[in-house]
Write a protein that binds this ligand. Structure first.
Ligand code: BG6
Length: 454
């Protein structure tokens, strides 16, 4: 059934304002929404429809990528409705059902978007179930999916009582980023890379996601989560699985997801006693003064982790994952370090730039001009985001994800078995760390993390 509407739980939250409404506006402007499509924002605040629409208008004008005319914006705002409720109270969902019926929204044609903190996932699911509002609806659910494996399992089994597997869409917004989707094309559509993407030729792989921002107003959530659960378990593991996976049989979403799953299954068990060789945790100076952060918090805001994948393709090749807040620069990238052919030269390097610049850089060796036998390293640098037309035509991650969910395309989503396997691995790491290390290195804001970083 075609998607005729979306109900956004957390309709007055930052994610809805900054990302979801501008993305929906883009889709609307590009005629990607069905006729009569409706958007229902659900929140606790006492807004009237008009007040809500006025707020959305400002965000859409500020953040949508597609050019807007006054007329387009007004047409878009007409699609939006606000529904006030306490999402924690499962007895309030009958009222929501009534509201949806009055708005002529058939639950079979809906997406429920959980843009709320994880504590609300279960009450929302229970409320929808109690009021019989799920039927064949789809659900898009934000990370973090659980704070531990046990909590993730609980959430998942609860969701499954309400929604069928094919209607559950686990969001990892990194999977909607242009250059992450592009990794597969780079790997599988270029003989030069396809043929050498293995342990014979690759020395190591680095996946970095550096941020300038700190935790800002999210101290309450972040202090419980930390960088391992906030960035590594999901975004960086997803990238790693795409970089490392075998070629999907037919590039259907099922075969892509299956190839990724194999990577998670092949993560090499760590030697707990040597955890310090595998994991470095850091915290930025001043983190303890952030609002809603515990004064003696041991939460990590920086992680560097070295892992290995045990299979024919990757045995012995280290994958180094790094992420942190309040660092010197915002930069996400995948760096493939190729082996040197002999010790006269440096190995080649391929850098896949994810953000803020999108592109591909390849460092290779040539003969230094005018010399007989000295070698010089040079670069080929393709900046995709520098081309204005490319930038205009590149959908936002959330725009892609909402469209993919409407089309029932799972290729851009994380799957339950990825979440489960990655939590299992993270759990092992965390228990080894607690038992044999517990080191937390304090680093300067504006640096590249602790000097001890792997
Ligand atoms: C979110 C994390 O999933 O990703 C945030 O919860 C992080 O802590 C953000 O800042 C980074 O996303 P992006 O798209 O800005 O790299």
């Amino acid at each position: 059934m075609k998607t005729k509407g979306i109900v956004i739980f957390g309709g007055t939250g930052d994610l809805a304002y900054r990302k979801l409404f501008p993305s929906l506006f883009n889709l609307f402007s590009l005629n990607q929404l069905e006729d009569g499509f409706k958007i229902v924002g659900v929140g606790r605040r006492g807004f009237t429809n008009n007040q809500y629409r006025d707020i959305i208008k400002d965000w859409v004008i500020k953040f949508s990528r597609v050019a807007h005319t006054e007329e387009k914006v007004e047409l878009f705002l007409d699609m939006i409705h606000y529904y006030e409720m306490d999402m924690n109270d499962i007895n309030m969902y009958d009222g929501l059902g009534e509201f949806l019926r009055k708005s002529k929204l058939n639950t079979d044609s809906l997406i429920y978007y959980y843009a709320v903190s994880p504590q609300l996932f279960a009450p929302i699911t229970d409320g929808l179930k109690l009021s019989n509002l799920t039927n064949d609806a789809k659900v898009m659910i934000e990370k973090p999916f659980g704070e531990t494996l046990e909590l993730a399992e609980k959430l998942y089994f609860n969701l499954k009582t309400c929604f069928s597997d094919e209607n559950i869409f686990h969001i990892d917004h990194y999977l909607g980023k242009e250059m992450i989707i592009n990794i597969m094309t780079l790997r599988f559509s270029n003989a030069v890379f396809y043929g050498i993407w293995n342990k014979e030729f690759i020395e190591s792989v680095e996946i970095n996601a550096y941020e300038i921002l700190g935790v800002d107003s999210r101290g309450g959530y972040y202090d419980k989560s930390g960088a391992l659960a906030d960035m590594i378990q999901n975004h960086l593991f997803q990238i790693m699985s795409i970089v490392a996976m075998e070629k999907p049989v037919d590039f259907s979403s099922a075969s892509i997801k299956a190839s990724q799953s194999e990577v998670f299954k092949s993560l090499k068990k760590i030697n707990s006693r040597k955890i310090d060789e595998r994991l470095v945790m850091g915290q930025y100076k001043g983190y303890l003064d952030e609002p809603k952060v515990s004064k003696n918090s041991k939460t990590e805001t920086f992680v560097s982790m070295k892992l290995e994948i045990e299979n024919e393709r990757w045995n012995g090749v280290p994958f180094i994952l790094r992420t942190g807040k309040k660092l010197e620069r915002r930069e996400s990238e995948v760096v493939i370090n190729f082996k040197a052919i002999d010790d006269r030269e440096k190995g080649n390097t391929l850098v896949i730039k994810i953000q803020p610049d999108e592109g591909v850089k390849f460092d290779f060796n040539i003969k230094k001009p005018g010399t007989e036998n000295s070698i010089q390293e040079v670069s080929m640098d393709f900046c995709q985001s520098c081309i204005l037309e490319n930038r205009m035509n590149t959908p936002e991650a959330y725009e892609r994800l909402i469209k993919a969910c409407m089309d029932s395309d799972k290729s851009l989503f994380s799957m339950w078995d990825h979440i489960e396997l990655s939590w299992k691995y993270i759990n092992e790491i965390v228990s080894a760390y607690k038992k044999y290390s517990n080191k937390l290195f304090i680093y300067e804001q504006g640096s590249l993390g602790p000097a001890e970083s792997l």
